[in-house]
Design a protein around this ligand. Sequence first.
Ligand SMILES: NC(=O)CC[C@H](N)C(=O)O
Length: 200
Amino acid sequence: MSRTVGVLALQGDVREHVAALTACGVRAVPVRRAAELAAVDGLVLPGGESTTMSRLLGVFDLYEPLRAALADGLPAYGSCAGMILLASRILDTRADARHLDALDITVRRNAFGRQVESFETDLDLVGITDTAGAEPMRAVFIRAPWVEDVGAGVEVLGTVPSGPAAGRIVAVRGGNVLATSFHPEVTGDLRVHQYFVEML
Ligand SMILES: NC(=O)CC[C@H](N)C(=O)O
């Protein structure tokens, strides 16, 4: 039976993730309520604005159920704002922004700074672009966070290859939780979504 993957649908790049997941052969459904959350095999937390999503998690009574589902091992993939929400520690956020503490990393919001708020680069990603003959992945960063440090048990999957931010961590996996600073849903390259579907 095909797996069902939810996309947290409070704000942000929801449709693009639903389309990418559908193209990977799973059933993709928007999630706005706890009952919908209970019916999925995995959850994508899209890019958007993390403090807004954090507030909406409270408005939709999803914060506690989602935190509990993640603590119970629900596989999750967070992109950009989604990475911020999943992190255990956040630098440069609002004091009242709640997060889900599901991935033992420290992220810095809007880390790439004003001049390069949005940029693209080619990335090599462990487990994703390292098969024979595979191309690097074109990665789109939009006012993106980077990962300042990772805890034991979190694997670094990718870093910025060159430029002022060379070496900064932008893709990680800790157990059932995957996160990228960039937006794979906007390029048509399905490899990050495929990797996540294989984690289910
Ligand atoms: N593209 C994005 O998701 C941007 C994230 C946004 N800067 C935030 O802090 O939430």
